[in-house]
Write a protein that binds this ligand. Structure first.
Ligand SMILES: Cc1cc2nc3c(=O)[nH]c(=O)nc-3n(C[C@H](O)[C@H](O)[C@H](O)COP(=O)(O)O)c2cc1C
Length: 222
């Protein structure tokens, strides 16, 4: 039984992020079995001393940590990396006696979930370095299609994520690793790649128009 879960959300979009949508649903499933939880937004924590202290206290108290974040340049957002470094550097001073489990959920903008592979390997190494029990990394592609909407608001559209996270919650409750079936559901595409790209391109162009930079959209930095 997982008594205390800590949800770390690594998106600067905080509650309006795909990271939060996925993490919130998973936590709600664990809470159905009596788990209590704490949620922290990493961007609001890492640069404030008293909040870092609170983060370390929460880590000492948890028996499951869920890190959910967006993929940035095939890696993790800088504040998330900073949080990992803080946790690693302080882990030896934390004296939790109980087994501490860790899972990571990485979501990305391109349609393929496999884009998250490198970031999830980084998370696995972090877990090992800190002495956590690695229960697995979940890859979600085409995160823009969720875009911060709570999964239960569109249960039909998000059914594969819901089924996948239900299996993840069950595995965690049974003290098992995330099963392959859950990975398969989580990496299923919501819409065909061609449609996703079409909507993505349309959205970039209309945003450029809104901000008066439509003619500059192909400019490069150097
Ligand atoms: C600075 C930055 C870098 C990004 N790098 C990648 C990337 O390398 N590959 C990718 O597929 N998506 C990339 N994305 C897209 C995000 O991963 C995607 O929009 C994600 O769904 C955002 O999740 P969130 O709502 O939890 O923040 C990047 C986005 C930003 C802002």
């Amino acid at each position: 039984m997982i008594e205390k879960a800590l949800l770390l959300v690594g998106s600067p979009k905080v509650e309006q992020s795909t990271s939060a949508s996925l993490g919130n649903y998973l936590i709600s499933k664990l809470e159905e079995s009596g788990t209590t939880s704490e949620k922290l937004f990493i961007h609001r924590v890492v640069n404030r001393e008293e909040k870092v202290k609170n983060l370390l206290n929460e880590i000492e108290a948890m028996d499951l940590m869920i890190l959910t974040f967006p993929l940035y340049v095939d890696s993790l957002p800088a504040p998330v990396i900073k949080a990992m470094e803080l946790i690693k550097d302080n882990k030896t001073f934390l004296n939790s006696k109980k087994p501490q489990n860790f899972i990571a959920i990485s979501n990305n903008g391109f349609p393929e979930a496999s884009q998250n592979d490198t970031a999830l390997k980084i998370c696995r190494i972090f877990s090992k370095e800190c002495g956590f029990i690695w229960k697995g990394g979940i890859a979600v592609g085409g995160g823009g299609a969720i875009n911060g909407v709570p999964l239960l608001e569109k249960p039909g559209m998000f059914r594969n994520f819901i089924r996948g996270l239900d299996l993840v919650a069950q595995a965690l409750k049974d003290d098992k690793e995330i099963p392959q079936e859950a990975h398969d559901f989580m990496s299923k595409k919501l819409i065909p790649d061609s449609l996703y790209r079409f909507v993505g391109n349309y959205s970039w162009k209309s945003q450029a128009k809104r901000y008066g930079v439509k003619q500059k959209i192909k400019q490069k930095l150097y």
